[in-house]
Design a protein around this ligand. Structure first.
Ligand SMILES: Cc1cc2nc3c(=O)[nH]c(=O)nc-3n(C[C@H](O)[C@H](O)[C@H](O)COP(=O)(O)O)c2cc1C
Length: 191
């Protein structure tokens, strides 16, 4: 079994990546293979509404000039998908939004590519807007017929400078519980 995590932050290895690594650490302890993908520095444009995905039905996005299909392929191959974003102006980052818009349409155009995979969202925030970002990420899982595990709180942790989130004890605990619940769910879904 494999879980892939996408860090939508413009800052590689920042707070969102730290949170995702806590979740992935729990998954690894349960014997699940993991991969963390940094969207920062990758080429990922937004959906251009060309509808090529619904015409071609080849499991790929019609835009072939960036990393979109590489990432969509990783999502299709995984049993669990984690989407991480920092809070940017009370919302998600443009990089992760570009990925979910494109993956959503490709998935729908190809008979539900992500149906019944496990999916969870993780958000880093300095002060406010995290719930809106968390909801925005969860919209992708829900419309893709995916199954979302819960945690002991919503999957949010507080921090500004890189590493600050480690001081948010409850936030880190939330990530660890999420990882354990995601591993449990992935095993149930595979059974
Ligand atoms: C463009 C931009 C917009 C931001 N907007 C918000 C915001 O609306 N609310 C907030 O609490 N923090 C905001 N922040 C702070 C980040 O969410 C916070 O520093 C987070 O820990 C960054 O995660 P990262 O290290 O993974 O990039 C913003 C940061 C940037 C760069």
């Amino acid at each position: 079994m494999k879980a892939v995590a996408f860090n939508g932050s413009a800052r590689k290895g920042g707070n969102t990546a730290i949170l995702l690594r806590h979740v992935l650490g729990e998954l690894q302890q349960e014997g699940i293979e993991t991969e963390l993908v940094e969207l920062s520095g990758a080429k990922i444009h937004g959906c251009v509404a060309c509808r090529e995905c619904s015409k071609n039905k080849d499991g790929r996005c019609g835009q072939r000039n960036d990393d979109g299909n590489l990432f969509i392929g990783k999502m299709a191959a995984a049993d669990g998908i984690l989407l991480g974003s920092p809070t940017y102006v009370a919302d998600i980052s443009p990089e992760i939004k570009a990925l979910i818009d494109r993956a959503c349409l490709v998935g729908k155009s190809n008979g539900g590519m992500f149906r019944r995979k496990a999916g969870a969202a993780v958000v880093a925030v300095r002060r406010a807007g995290a719930i809106h970002a968390f909801d925005a990420l969860n919209h992708f899982f829900l419309i893709s017929e995916m199954i979302i595990p819960g945690s002991s709180y919503w999957n949010i942790a507080i921090g500004r400078e890189i590493g600050d989130v480690e001081k948010d004890e409850e936030g880190i605990q939330t990530m660890k519980v999420l990882g354990r619940n995601m591993a449990w769910l992935m095993k149930k879904l595979a059974a």
